[in-house]
Design a protein around this ligand. Structure first.
Ligand code: PLP
Length: 220
C-alpha cells in the first residue's frame, strides 16, 4: 500500500472508532480530504483508494485539480472550504457540490442568483468566526441568526455551519460553540476538525472533518 492509501485507511478507522466511542452512527462523520496544494499523483492515489469527497479552498486551483476528473467520477463530491469572492461565484456553483463558506449577505445574493441561473441547488454551510478574529472570515456568532434567516429567505439550502478555530485556543471549545449554534438554528451539518483535531470534533457532532496534511503529507 502507498503511504497515502495507508493514511486514508488509518484515518477512516480512527473516525469510525471515535463515532463508536461517542455513540454516533457509523459513517455520520464524513472525511473531506483536503487536496489543496497537492500533486496530481497524490490526487490520483486518493481516487484509487475509492475516496470521492474532497475539499479545496480556491476556485481556480480546484478547477485545475478536478474539472477533468468529473466526467470519469460521477460520484465525486467537491466542497469549497475557502473564502469565496462574488466574481468567482459562477465558476464555484458550476464546479462544487457544497459551499462551506457562506459568510455575508452579498455572497448569499450572488449564490442564490447563480444557482437559479444554472439550475443547481447546492447545500451550503455558513462559516462562523467562533474566535471573533479580525483577520478571519466567517460571520460573528452574534450575527449568525440574521444571516441564516436572510439566506433561507433567499432560498439558499443552508444545511449547517463550519468553523476554523483560532490556532492558539483549544479547538474543542469552538466545536462545542458551533454545535450549540447549529442546535439553536436546527441545522444538521457541522464542518469542523482538521488534521490536528478531527478526533476531538467527532464527539462534538462533526458531520464533516476536513483533513489535508494527515492524509497527503505536507503541502508543496
Ligand atoms: C487547509 C485547510 C484544511 C486542512 O488542514 P490540515 O491541517 O492540512 O488538515 C481544513 N480546512 C480548511 C478551511 C483549510 O483551508
Amino acid at each position: 500500500m502507498s503511504s497515502i492509501a495507508e493514511n486514508f485507511s488509518d484515518i477512516q478507522r480512527r473516525i469510525r472508532k471515535a463515532e463508536k466511542l461517542s455513540g454516533r452512527e457509523e459513517g455520520s462523520a464524513r472525511l473531506v480530504a483536503v487536496s489543496k496544494m497537492q500533486s496530481p499523483s497524490a490526487i490520483e492515489e486518493a481516487l484509487a483508494c475509492g475516496h470521492r469527497l474532497f475539499g479545496e479552498n480556491k476556485v481556480q486551483e480546484a478547477q485545475e485539480h478536478w474539472a477533468h476528473h468529473k466526467s470519469n467520477y460521477p460520484d465525486l463530491h467537491l466542497h469549497l472550504i475557502g473564502p469565496l469572492q462574488t466574481n468567482k461565484v459562477k465558476d464555484a456553483v458550476a464546479l462544487f457540490d457544497c459551499i462551506e463558506t457562506v459568510d455575508r449577505e452579498k455572497l448569499v445574493d450572488a449564490l442564490a442568483e447563480e444557482m437559479k441561473k444554472q439550475g443547481r441547488d447546492l447545500p451550503c454551510l455558513i462559516q462562523v468566526n467562533t474566535g471573533e478574529e479580525d483577520q478571519k472570515s466567517g460571520v460573528l456568532p452574534a450575527h449568525l441568526p440574521k444571516l441564516y434567516a436572510y439566506a433561507i429567505e433567499k432560498g439558499l439550502n443552508v444545511t449547517g455551519l463550519m468553523c476554523i478555530p483560532p490556532v492558539e485556543e483549544p479547538s474543542a471549545l469552538h466545536f462545542a460553540l458551533l454545535l450549540k449554534l447549529a442546535k439553536s438554528l436546527n441545522v444538521k451539518d457541522l464542518s469542523m476538525g482538521m488534521s490536528n483535531d478531527y478526533l476531538r470534533a467527532v464527539p462534538l457532532g462533526a458531520t464533516y472533518v476536513r483533513v489535508g496534511t494527515a492524509l497527503f503529507g505536507s503541502r508543496s
